[in-house]
Design a binder for this molecule. Sequence first.
Ligand SMILES: O=P(O)(O)O[C@H]1O[C@H](CO)[C@@H](O)[C@H]1O
Length: 300
Amino acid sequence: MEGNRMGHKKEAEVKYSYEDCQATADWLLSQTAVRPLVGIVCGSGLGGLADALKDQVAFNYRDIPNFPQSTVHGHAGRLVFGTLKGRPCVCMQGRFHLYEGYPIQKITMPMRIFKLLGVETVILTNAAGGLNQDYKVGDIMIIKDHLNMPGFAGNNPLAGPNEERFGVRFPCMSDAYDRELQQLALDVGSELGFSDFLREGVYCVLGGPSFETIAECRMLHKLGADAVGMSTVHEVIVARHCGMRVFALSLITNKAVMDYDSEEKANHEEVLQTGKQRAEQLERLVSTIITRLEHNNNFA
Ligand SMILES: O=P(O)(O)O[C@H]1O[C@H](CO)[C@@H](O)[C@H]1O
């Protein structure tokens, strides 16, 4: 992929207005014939999902006008277009996090670009620490709701002037995670024989990058969180604001440390290692869900 002048702008100069998002979407649409209906975001160590796409057209983030750059190990930094079982998809092989130092509007900008590309359903994955004591490392949790900790402190991706062309000032979040898609995932998981490690729960986002203290994990668990991570929620809010359907999964890559006697320490290497071990099943789950979207005629 040939570089372009806009793509080489310094980070500080990267903009995310409606017109900037439109320019990026138009540029992408001029470079590929794929017209994606499904947008996928790959979590830490879960980028293999993108490799499942057929007839790929891939762009390095650095070559895409106005796109931020991935800085985290386990996030390749490529936008991959292609088809998954015949369905046109676009897949972020690598996402952006608050702790990378980007403004919250910038880390969520790809959702608006998805929207302008024609995406109707967004499927997000992440790696997360398990707070629910019944969870095991390797479990896959269907996210049914979230706790937005940065949001409590006013750090919401929709803060600032509202862009009506994307959505309303006060979007509803009680229906953020599409219930039909959750049920579909449970059905598909059961057919694939994954029920033993498939869960449903509440994901809590923190700013990171430091992992949680023991007291923080205990508090989050008491507040109703089943898993904790540093992503996804901001993307979900922006995706819902502009009217896309959302389905999200957490891979429980480690158990959050809840006990002062524990010798365990959260670390990113373990996160990536667990991702490798469950990658194949996670890919099968997601790709089968995408096929069934069409089959059930509930494709958004
Ligand atoms: O949420 P994803 O991108 O999967 O990454 C998770 O893994 C990293 C920590 O190991 C954090 O970035 C956390 O959010």
